[in-house]
Design a protein around this ligand. Sequence first.
Ligand SMILES: Nc1nc(O)c(N)c(N[C@@H]2O[C@H](COP(=O)(O)O)[C@@H](O)[C@H]2O)n1
Length: 157
Amino acid sequence: MTIYFYGADDVPYGCFSNFSAHSVELDGHLWPTSEHYFQAQKFIGTRHADLIRRARTPLRAAELGRDPSRPLRRDWERVKDDVMRRAVASKFRAHADIRGILLSTGDEEIVEDTLTDHYWGRGRTGTGRNMLGRILMRTRNRLREQELPGFRVTPVG
Ligand SMILES: Nc1nc(O)c(N)c(N[C@@H]2O[C@H](COP(=O)(O)O)[C@@H](O)[C@H]2O)n1
């Protein structure tokens, strides 16, 4: 059965969202969420990237990262999938509880259930590329190959 996720606070699959409160350590910095890392990479080496890293919430990081007045790095379209792969892999390698949740999905399809994002998610018509879901499934395969242990946290209530 296909697994849909979107809200970061949803149990149990909200942890698949980049907005979930799981830090990542990459490129010599600790990032509060994978969304902070992803958005900052659009402006790598600039003060705006530092501002995004220090944003109080992932939503604020996303707002700063989508500021149309700020020019994106020139190669962004070429590198953005790799940036997302690094962010997601780092997150699930670092946190055994959510690694367990990801591994517990077996071979099920994982889909970001957003009406507004036709690239990272399924989009309004359901025909979106679902790149984030695909990256999560790829990360799941890699973790399985590496036999990293995961443990499942049973939600309370
Ligand atoms: N919570 C949330 N709200 C939205 O409006 C979204 N589009 C998403 N999707 C996530 O946004 C990130 C991509 O951002 P860009 O549009 O490329 O700046 C990525 O983390 C998607 O999963 N989430």
